[in-house]
Structures are given as C-alpha cells and as structure tokens.
Design a protein around this ligand. Sequence first.
Ligand SMILES: [Zn+2]
Length: 300
Amino acid sequence: MRLQNFLNEKTFNINADVDYVYKLGFKKVLDVYKKKSLIEFVEFIYKNYPTSTGDRTFYTINSGMLKSRQCKKADEENPIMIYCGLYPYSSYIPEEKVIRIALHKGAFGLFSYNADWDQVKRDVPNKAQFERLEHEFTPTNVKGAIYHELSHWLNDTLHNKHITNKLNKSVEMDDRKFLLGKHTNVNFTDFEVDAQIHAIKQIKRDNKKKYDKFTWKDLFTRKPALQGVWQELVKVLEDKRMKFFQKYSKNRATQGIWDKIEKKELKVQKDFFKDFTKRLNREGLLVKGLTKFPTAKELL
Ligand SMILES: [Zn+2]
C-alpha cells in the first residue's frame, strides 16, 4: 500500500492492548505514586528496581501476549519486545525489535533529588511547567505513550515496513533526509504525527466529558511530550533568527532578507498545523479549543 493511502486511513483501535500493557507494566508503580508520599514512591523504586545505568525496567512483555487482531497479525510478521520502565524517552527501535515505554527518567531524577512536592515546586516555579511535571506519571500520559509506540510498530509492520526502510536508507546513505522527507525534525513527519494522534485518542478516552472543552494547554498538561513537539516547531524559527542576526548586523537590507525567510518558516508552522488539525478532525478529535495555533503562553 502506498504511504499516502495508509495515512488517509483511520487510526488503530487497540484500547484493550493499551490497557493490558499498562496493567502489566505500570499499574503497580503508578498506584504507589498516586497513593504514597513522594519520598515513599522514590524509595519504592530504589528498592524494587535496582540499576547500574539509571534505566530501570519494571516489566518486559513480548508482543505475542497482545490480544487484538491487529497486534496478533503484527506479532506474526514482526515480533518485538516491549520494555516498560524508567528511561529517558519512549521509543520504537525497529532494528532491535524493541519498544521502550518510558516513565520520564529526568522527572524521576527531580523527584528523587527533592523527595517532597513543596521542594519540587520551588525547583519548578512556572505553574504550567509544574502541572505538566505532575502529569508525567499519570495513567493517561503513560497509556498515551503506549498507544503512540504500539501504533508505530503496527504502522511499520502492517504497511510494508515503511519506517524501518526509511531508517535503514538513512543509515546506509548517511543522510537523514530519507527519514525526514521535507521535514526538518522527526517530530514533524507524517509517521510521528500519526502516532501523536493515537496518544490524543487516549487523552479523549480518559476525559470523555471534558474533552469537548479542551484547549492546547489541556492537551499539553495531559501529555507533556506533545508540548515539546509544538515548542520545537516554534523554536526552529527563533533559533534561525538568532543565528541570522549573529551573522549579519541588523540593518534595513538584512531585515528585509530575514522577513522573507521568516515568512517561509511561518508557512512551515502553518502547514504543520493544517495537517495536524486535519488528522484530528478525521478522528473526531478536533474541538473548538484546538482550532487555533497554540498561543505563546501555552508553549511556555
Ligand atoms: Zn514516535
């Protein structure tokens, strides 16, 4: 099937498998996080999941244990191992046949360093940032990550290994453009957007009554990594502006050149927004509060 065709298809419905991976891999740990004090949670992790590298695996699942029709089919063609634990980030690594679902290791570092919510608050004075940090270890965020990574594996396996092929070609040719296509950052590619949409499906699933009123801030709070993607989209332009005016002193002529570059870059943002909201719309996930580009405040 051609890439374009599958992107027009609907998302995977694997709620039961997402819940299953969550239950085996994370429920015990996140119940402690929810019910106990921060210091008790940190001690629980230290005691039960010792490590020499800082990564801590709670549970390992092989894809043969998954139950949905689509996951069973993918397991037949391309079985993988799913590691659940504390890692720097979640990932699907085709060449290793591995998925890692991460509780954010950096956030855990901050928790273990402070071991008290009041102190964490002092470390993270920005209210929105603190709120996102609190949500790193929620079932919604973790299930969103499971949905995201499983959908990568399903898409790749059931659609001609298009992610694996792009990765291999990029490595072989030592050129990222095979992976990125026209995009400047992997997070802006069609296959990443597709996986992000799966994570948002999970957010809606967990917020049935509230979702109609959702804003970008609500999404970013419940899935902090998503905010990072949009922040990156805006940051690209800021970085370019800074570099440009480091190189050329500001005068009317250079300002004119920059304005043209900026116009082009803003179009990148606009196009991304259009694609993203189109996909949201197709899945019944586009509500009024998401029809405008996130504000600067929401991206802080
Ligand atoms: Zn991804």
